[in-house]
Ligand binder design. Structure first.
Ligand code: B12
Ligand code: SF4
Length: 407
């Protein structure tokens, strides 16, 4: 079968992010003829898609919807407007339209209701499932999970996943630090109250064999990417896997610089090995700054580790990102001020140009524990934020405005 893999457009100018979801799917479809188009890179996505359809003549168009909105407060960008544009471009086309992707998987019912042009809607990880759907379209029996409405196939075992095929979307189109992702695990054992990760990828860590990750990095090098980032939930858990993985990466010749998300509980003594393995930037998401907030957010580890780990990371040579939320359960105006003070302290004492603090606002998603608690049973498709109130709200709006202007 001829399959056109399409990355959904973003509808504005943005730093390009490599469509690794589609590269994983392409790697799993060696029985089919795959080509690709990343509509986030073009100015007129509808036109570009129509041209590609004429050129490739696919039987199936498989669209990846990574984001539905940018979860930014107070101004939110709605990525689905440009998705609507490509749905219109497909109206008269006769083939099968399949959709999936991380953002799509949070709201599959709503998106298929809005765009009935979608023939098959698939939720979650599809390296095994998409080839099965293609076989079904070729006449094989219908898989049980495809028989009613939205397809929710079982998650594949990570050992069985083949190497992503990066040739479909050439590296040269994705300049910029960490534009391509490498994945070494899926799922997360932690319980952060706002997070969708568990509903997307499961409650336990599933680990990719270390040799597969090493092969993936070798392939990324071969394709010409000059840096990458791990897209995993938390890179330093489970501990044994983390330590073995960095040891294996440190043996790769000329590994490009890379980045990863760490927890505050990362062993300090492991940071020098992490650096030796080529890691150059690390991100932390403490989200909150008070003990009460930490507990109510369901965070693992301990808040008191935050400053020592950030300090040691900077001393080791990493550039460090720290992410907070402007408001959180149990946190008030004073907590917001503490976050700004943390920001000033970190930037002044640990390096202005290498310490980055982001203060975002929680976008509540269906399936996240906090959303279920505050808005039980509600879709929250149109963005609803856990936002600060009164003066704190004004300060956050002003802060975001300044950041926007500077960008
Ligand atoms: C890593 C990551 C990033 C990295 C990406 C780095 C990189 N170089 O790749 C960074 C930090 C840059 C980032 C940025 C953003 N991100 Co982000 N990101 C993620 C994260 C944690 C993992 C994504 C990933 O790479 N997964 C690994 C690949 C292999 O999996 P996958 O893409 O999901 O693909 C699989 C399936 O989805 C499916 N699939 C994919 N496509 C298709 C297509 C078809 C047809 C089918 C059948 C199946 C299918 O099969 C694939 C293989 O299993 C997800 C959360 C998550 N758990 O998924 C959030 C997530 C996608 N991000 C999200 C958001 C909001 C953003 C930002 C808008 C944040 C911001 N305000 O800037 C930006 C948008 C950038 C952009 N244009 O995409 C949200 C999207 C929800 C929403 N509101 O739409 C998510 C879901 C997190 C969340 N809050 O829940 N992100
Ligand atoms: S925010 Fe990160 S650590 Fe917390 S549950 Fe989600 S993926 Fe896990």
């Amino acid at each position: 079968m001829r399959v056109l893999l399409v990355q959904s457009p973003v509808g504005r100018r943005e730093a390009p992010i490599y469509p690794i979801g589609l590269a994983y799917l392409a790697g799993a479809m060696d029985m089919h003829e795959c080509s690709g188009i990343d509509l986030s890179l073009v100015e007129f996505p509808g036109e570009a898609l129509k041209e590609k359809l004429t050129l490739v003549k696919p039987d199936v168009v498989a669209i990846s919807v990574r984001n539905i909105d940018d979860s930014s407060y107070p101004i939110t960008h709605w990525y689905l407007d440009s998705f609507g544009e490509i749905m219109r471009a497909l109206e008269k086309w006769k083939g099968t339209v399949i959709t999936g992707g991380a953002g799509f998987s949070i709201y599959p019912e709503k998106i298929t209701e809005l765009w009935p042009r979608i023939d098959i809607a698939m939720v979650g990880e599809c390296e095994k499932a998409l080839p099965e759907v293609l076989e079904y379209l070729e006449g094989a029996p219908c898989p049980s999970w495809l028989q009613s409405g939205i397809a929710k196939p079982p998650r594949p075992a990570l050992e069985s996943i083949t190497l992503p095929d990066y040739s479909i979307f050439p590296a040269k189109n994705y300049p910029g630090k960490g534009s391509v992702g490498v994945q070494s695990r899926r799922g997360c054992v932690f319980n952060c109250a706002y997070c969708t990760y568990k509903s997307l990828s499961g409650k336990a860590f599933r680990l990719r064999p270390i040799q597969h990750v090493v092969d993936d990095i070798e392939e990324i090098k071969k394709q010409g990417f000059d840096s990458f980032m791990f897209v995993d939930s938390v890179f330093d858990h489970p501990r044994d896997y983390y330590l073995s993985l960095i040891e294996a990466i440190s043996k790769i010749d000329n590994v490009p610089p890379w980045g990863a998300w760490l927890s505050e509980s990362v062993p300090l003594e492991s940071l020098k090995n992490l650096y030796a393995a080529g890691c150059r930037s690390v991100d932390f998401s403490p989200d909150v700054i008070t003990k009460k907030g930490w507990k109510l957010m369901g965070k693992g580890g301990a808040l008191k580790r935050l400053w020592p780990v950030v300090k040691r990371s900077r001393e080791t040579g990493f550039s460090v990102g720290i992410n907070f939320f402007s408001a959180a359960p149990g946190e008030n105006f004073t907590a917001l001020l503490k976050k700004f003070i943390f920001m000033a302290r970190a930037r002044i004492f640990l390096g202005w140009g290498s310490t980055f603090i982001n203060i975002g606002t929680i976008r509540l998603y269906k399936g996240a524990p906090l959303a279920e608690k505050l808005y039980p049973g509600q879709e929250l498709f149109e963005p609803v934020f856990y936002k600060p109130t009164g003066l704190a709200d004004l300060i956050v709006k002003l802060f975001q405005l300044i950041r926007r202007k500077r960008r």
